[in-house]
Design a protein around this ligand. Structure first.
Ligand SMILES: [Zn+2]
Ligand SMILES: [Zn+2]
Ligand SMILES: [Zn+2]
Length: 171
């Protein structure tokens, strides 16, 4: 299984139940990203446990209108009916397919100026951002190609973070 699919499956809250994700950085940072996700996912789990029935992040409607017959399964399709004005006789149903907990999720992971950038939607937790900042710092001393200790160097006008070996090999 490719890394991003494995990651999405292992951290479903963090990746908002996507089944794949486009990672815009080298393999050398995979472990760094995985370890960061291992710290963030439990924070989201805790947030969900404290607020198990938030309004849906997709459509904004309440948890209760996202109907599901089995109590053990995720809340499914939204049954909210929207009154369209005018005329007031027109109605449309909400087209949200599945309730999504209103939690921060990953929007983009990429390399920029030699460092890892890990973007998420808003979180109110300082701890959440502290973990991200620590991993981003760590990326500046981790080879983006092979995960060995590395350095940020200038290469054809771009900052890249590589170990000595990769810096000599990768042209
Ligand atoms: Zn809805
Ligand atoms: Zn919804
Ligand atoms: Zn390397």
């Amino acid at each position: 299984m490719i890394f991003t699919k494995k990651m999405c499956r292992k951290f479903p809250l963090l990746f908002a139940n996507r089944d794949d994700f486009h990672l815009e950085c080298g393999e050398g940072w995979h472990d760094l990203i995985w370890e960061l996700c291992e710290k963030l996912e439990p924070l989201l789990k805790q947030e969900l446990a404290e607020n198990p029935a938030s309004d849906c992040a997709h459509c904004g409607h309440s948890y209760d209108v996202h109907a599901c017959k089995s109590p053990n399964r995720k809340q499914g399709r939204c049954l909210a009916i929207l009154n369209v004005e005018p005329p007031s006789t027109n109605y449309i149903a909400c087209c949200c397919d599945q309730w999504q907990p209103n939690l921060p999720y990953v929007t983009q992971i990429k390399e920029k100026f030699g460092g890892l950038r890990f973007y998420t939607s808003n979180s109110s937790s300082a701890k959440f951002y502290a973990h991200i900042a620590a991993a981003e710092q760590q990326s500046f001393v981790t080879c983006e190609n092979c995960a060995q200790p590395g350095d940020s160097i200038m290469r054809r006008g771009w900052l890249v973070t590589l170990c000595d070996e990769c810096a000599n090999q990768v042209t």
